[in-house]
Ligand binder design. Structure first.
Ligand code: PFF
Length: 455
């Protein structure tokens, strides 16, 4: 494809939904609650919200500027805008990060399919909270079942990617995002009325600042980047499909608001229910998978048909939300291989899918038979998560803000943000100021403090 015949998203709504489809996923419903649980609740959420507003939104606008201006994949974008400089390594690091996240994210995405199957076969009925914990442990440490779902999930992602941008990505986002949103609101309402839910609500609303350390800041910053799909050129790649009329700032704000709402609401589903049934908030990656089935069983104990319908619908929508995110990660790597190495899209996609199957298998087995194989004290699954979310993405964000704030010609930034002067963007100066000073300083300070770079 040449620059001019690249595909575009078909409509304004399509742009927002596809970007929100990338942002909203397991990061909101699975990772946000378990990180909130790990880091002690409300104070983490407040710092997270600070990171979204202060770092996430301006950096998202920055990624949009880079992507739409260059109209190419994440690595190519830096080559086009900063030819002959090492900036292209920022794009390459992002592509590697996308690939690594896809590997372990697809494992959890596969778990959602297992839960769709369990919901469909009505197998939550009659189980106690302890049964849910035991059966999740048995499933996630099993050597075969999670692998089968991993392969199925990667193949689903693969076939949508091969269909291309508009048909595949845009259409699938359009109907599932609003449905997921409505269901999450309903479930949060149900969860908050369970007996003993108040403790969970308190956990979410009453900050305990004594628990806040540098690690909490690094965790919150990493979660903000992860959840908003930032720092790895994903939204930059999507922005390369935006049209000239897309309002970059408004799109970034809409995506940020939708993403944050879903994450916080997911917290209001999980924690009231977890406290209600006595599951510890720091139960780790299995948290939502052991807590949610209880919500369906208990909130609808008088109406089993509703319990059935809601659980089936919820897991299908969760799987679809994960799918629109895996598509976006896959697209970053596929677009790179396709455009930079002149491979056909199909061949590029197959390379990504098969490599992910191999590394994803390693991540999946590291929760069971390979639990003992650790590096720096972390299993493969945890290592992939740590290296990407807590190191590569914030580093990517740091470099993107320096690129826009200090390297890129201001005229280009202004032209892109104001659509060649046709839009009034009152936050323009603030965004540029944040990208120039606030984001680089804040991200560096968190790194220096937490990683002990100067100790
Ligand atoms: N933002 C996605 C989520 O919250 O589930 C995860 C993700 C998608 C991360 C795409 C990075 C990415 F490039």
């Amino acid at each position: 494809m040449t620059k001019n015949d690249r595909a575009n998203f078909g409509s304004k709504m399509g742009v927002i939904l596809a970007s929100a489809g990338s942002a909203v996923g397991l990061g909101n419903v699975w990772r946000f609650p378990y990180e909130t649980g790990n880091y002690g609740g409300s104070a983490f959420i407040i710092i997270y919200l600070g990171c979204v507003i202060l770092l996430g939104l301006p950096i998202m606008v920055g990624e949009f500027v880079i992507g739409r201006r260059s109209r190419t994949n994440a690595a190519g974008a830096f080559r086009v805008l900063a030819p002959g400089t090492p900036w292209r390594w920022v794009g390459r690091m992002g592509i590697l990060a996308s690939f690594l996240i896809l590997c372990y994210y697809s494992v959890v995405a596969g778990w959602t399919l297992e839960f769709v199957a369990e919901a469909l076969t009505n197998s939550f009925v009659g189980k106690t909270p302890a049964d849910f914990v035991a059966s999740f442990d048995e499933f996630s440490t099993n050597s075969w079942r999670p692998l089968i779902w991993l392969v199925v999930f990667l193949l689903l992602t693969h076939f949508i990617i091969v269909q291309g941008v508009e048909k595949g990505i845009e259409k699938s986002s359009k109907f599932m995002m609003p449905m997921l949103f409505i269901l999450i609101v309903v479930l949060a309402g149900c969860s908050m009325t369970l007996p003993g839910a108040e403790k969970g609500i308190e956990f979410l609303l009453k900050p305990d600042w004594s628990k806040v350390t540098g690690r909490v800041f690094l965790g919150a910053m990493g979660q903000a980047f992860f959840s908003l799909s930032l720092g790895l050129g994903c939204l930059c790649t999507y922005a390369s499909y935006f049209s000239k009329e897309t309002n970059l700032t408004r799109t970034a704000f809409s995506v940020g608001i939708i993403d944050t709402f879903v994450a916080v609401l997911a917290g209001f589903i999980i924690f009231p229910a977890a406290f209600s049934v006595g599951i510890k908030p720091d139960a780790g990656p299995g948290l939502i998978f052991i807590t949610l089935p209880n919500v369906f069983q208990q909130a609808f104990s008088d109406a089993p048909i509703l319990a059935y319908l809601f659980s089936v619908l919820f897991y299908i929508l969760l799987a679809l939300a994960a799918l629109t995110s895996t598509i976006s990660m896959h697209e970053v790597v596929t677009a790179y291989l396709h455009e930079e190495f002149k491979l056909t899209r199909k061949k590029a996609a197959w390379m990504v899918t098969s490599a992910c199957m191999v590394l994803g298998t390693l991540c999946s087995l590291s929760l069971g038979v390979l639990k003992g194989a650790t590096l720096f004290g972390l299993t493969f699954f945890d290592l992939f998560d740590f290296v990407t979310a807590k190191l590569m993405l914030p580093f990517g964000g740091l470099f993107i803000s320096i690129f826009i704030g200090w390297y890129l010609d201001k005229k280009i930034t202004r032209q892109e943000i104001t659509n060649e002067g046709s839009l009034k963007v009152p936050t323009y100066k603030l965004i540029v100021f944040i990208l120039k000073y606030v984001a680089p300083i804040a991200i560096s300070l968190i790194f220096i403090h937490e990683l002990g770079l100067f100790k």
